[in-house]
Design a protein around this ligand. Structure first.
Ligand code: GUN
Ligand code: FE
Length: 458
């Protein structure tokens, strides 16, 4: 009873589905059926339904149902709200200097190499594959100042099937490493070209994001131009804010007319409901109020905050101010490309704050689970909330097929453990070996198809 113009069912799963809803940070549906249509959208999710009735309504064969086993479940794909694709080559090293020294010594010399497109292709291929394999279905990427290499990152994300926001980095001030920057005029022209060319490709799940590196790298004139470009084109914006104390003092010196770091971005029209600012460790309550009023989000990057001794963001205080919050790996300031690591480091930092101050209300693993794929409070930090984030009918099917019990895997299970325990064990102990498939907009992108195994230089 369905006609040919309506979408057909591409996948049906039966088993346990775990996600977050507006009401509950963790909802576990057992013995349920989830259908995905051939446009990659969730067609139905129903508990205790008899499959034959659904198969008649939707026109699929019950023999095609994928049955999840006892220690398997589906959960939404994870969203990395802050990652430097261009820094992936040295992730796991270079963690011995504080931010400003770290940028000058390690980061800028490496990023300068992305003028070479073959160099870029190798590393960008690897970072997209590595993050996809680890369950990052959406990544908000910083590339470098090079337009062509940034376009290549967009092309690779599309080809390998990751949902991505890609930012060509903008910076017209770099007194310590002057060979790695652009003029203000070049920055504007190249940002315009980057946006135009990326949009022209019509990739369904890859979009440009306006990316001033951070206030100390940008002239006031450049910040204003970028605010204008973002607002005229209704684009996302990403940058860094209040990551370390030395940086906060530097911004005070560089922008004496602004009353805070937040005020710098506010005055240049860069705080919108499509903005994601990384770190925010030293934001005052007044600054957090500005974030709330403008609808801007914070990307919490705990691995990076600890690894380069930047600070500890009080996420509880951010949530109390009803500021949107997502999690980020901040590779390579953060050494791990895994969002499961970002979740664990988030809990560690919260517990360290409780050790310092027993009045501090520690985050629960359920709250942090929600922030993995759905920013809190909704709508999402990436303003993709109507499209992704959980398993509601009509949303894109971005999902992980988790199997907690794989041979020689990192998790042991014992009799009597139900889905709550299995979920918590996966979140605390699991890794990519437990992620047996990854879907983005209904397309299975992990395991990698054979034809993609030869992409890049290995
Ligand atoms: N602030 C400005 N640039 C960067 C960067 O590349 N990484 C981090 N962690 N902070 C920054
Ligand atoms: Fe960063």
């Amino acid at each position: 009873n369905r006609n040919d113009t309506e979408p057909h069912i591409a996948h049906v799963f039966r088993g346990t589905f775990v996600h977050s809803t507006r009401q509950a940070p963790v909802e576990i549906l057992t013995n349920s059926l989830l259908g995905v249509d051939d446009e990659g959208k969730i067609a139905f999710i129903e508990k205790d339904q008899d499959a034959s009735r659904l198969s008649k309504i939707w026109g699929f064969e019950t023999s095609k149902i994928k049955q999840l086993e006892q220690y398997e479940f589906l959960m939404p794909g994870m969203v990395d709200t802050h990652i430097h694709a261009s820094q992936y080559s040295y992730s796991g090293t270079a963690l011995d200097l504080p931010l400003l020294e770290w940028l000058k010594t390690y980061t800028f010399p490496v990023e300068a190499k992305y003028k070479d497109l073959e160099f870029a292709r190798n590393i960008y291929t690897k970072v997209v594959r590595r993050t996809l394999k680890n369950g990052t279905t959406t990544a908000c990427y910083f590339a470098t100042i090079h337009t062509d290499a940034s376009l290549l990152l967009g092309e690779l994300a599309d080809k390998l099937g990751q949902r991505a926001l890609v930012g060509k980095v903008c910076m017209d001030c770099n007194p310590k490493v002057p060979q790695y920057k652009e003029s203000q005029d070049e920055c504007k022209k190249e940002t315009d070209r980057f946006i135009k060319e990326l949009l022209k490709k019509k990739y369904p799940n890859v979009k440009p994001v306006v990316t001033p590196r951070f206030a100390p790298s940008c002239s006031s004139a450049l910040l204003s131009q970028l605010g204008e470009i973002a607002n005229n084109n209704k684009l996302h914006i990403q940058s860094h804010i209040s990551e370390n104390k030395e940086e906060v003092d530097l911004v005070k010196k560089l922008f004496p007319d602004c009353k805070s770091y937040t005020d710098v971005y506010l005055k240049h029209n860069l705080l919108t409901d499509r903005t994601v600012m990384a770190h925010g460790c030293y934001l005052t309550d007044e600054e957090l109020e500005t974030f709330h009023e403008t609808g801007s989000a914070i990307s919490h990057c705990p691995n990076s905050n600890i690894s380069i001794c930047s600070g500890m963001l009080n996420v509880r205080n951010v949530l109390n101010h009803k500021v949107k919050l997502g999690l980020g790996t901040d590779v390579a300031g953060g050494y791990s490309p895994s969002m499961l690591d970002a979740m664990r480091r988030t809990l560690d930092t919260s517990k360290a704050l409780t050790i310092q101050d027993p009045q501090h209300q520690t985050l629960t693993f359920e709250e942090v689970f929600r922030a993995l794929h759905k920013c809190v409070p909704s709508p999402s930090a990436l303003s993709l909330d109507d499209q992704i984030g959980n398993f509601e009918v009509g949303k894109d099917f971005d999902a992980l097929h988790v199997n907690v019990c794989v041979p020689d895997g990192p998790v042991d299970v014992f009799p009597g453990e139900g889905p709550e325990v299995i979920l918590e064990k996966f979140l605390n102990l699991g890794d990519d070996r437990n992620i047996s498939a990854v879907y983005v907009a209904g397309r299975q992108v992990v395991p990698f198809p054979e034809t993609q195994l030869s992409v890049g230089t290995f």
